[in-house]
Ligand binder design. Structure first.
Ligand SMILES: [Zn+2]
Length: 84
C-alpha cells in the first residue's frame, strides 16, 4: 500500500499595508501575505502545521521579505497609526 504525504505551502494575499521597507527604506505600501503550510495526505491538505505572516517590499528593485508576528499583521491590516 502506498502512502503519499507531504507538506504544501499556500500563500494568501491579505492586502497592502502602510509600512516602510527595512532594506531599501522606501515608505508607502508593502504587500502582506499569509503563508500556511499544511500536512497533506494523498495530495489533500489536512492539518495546518505552520502559519506565518510576511510583508514584501513593493519596490521591484528590492522585493525584500520579512516575517511579522500575527499581532503585528493584524495591527497593520486594521490601519492603526504606526510609530516608526
Ligand atoms: Zn525594499
Amino acid at each position: 500500500m502506498f502512502l503519499i504525504f507531504g507538506f504544501r505551502t499556500k500563500v494568501h494575499p491579505l492586502g497592502w499595508v502602510a509600512m516602510a521597507c527595512h532594506v531599501c527604506g522606501q515608505g508607502g505600501r508593502m504587500a502582506l501575505f499569509r503563508e500556511v503550510t499544511k500536512f497533506s495526505l494523498f495530495f489533500i491538505p489536512l492539518i495546518p502545521v505552520r502559519s506565518k505572516y510576511v510583508v514584501e517590499c513593493a519596490n521591484p528593485m528590492c522585493r525584500s521579505r520579512r516575517t511579522v508576528s500575527k499581532s503585528e499583521a493584524q495591527r497593520l491590516l486594521s490601519g492603526a497609526p504606526s510609530h516608526f
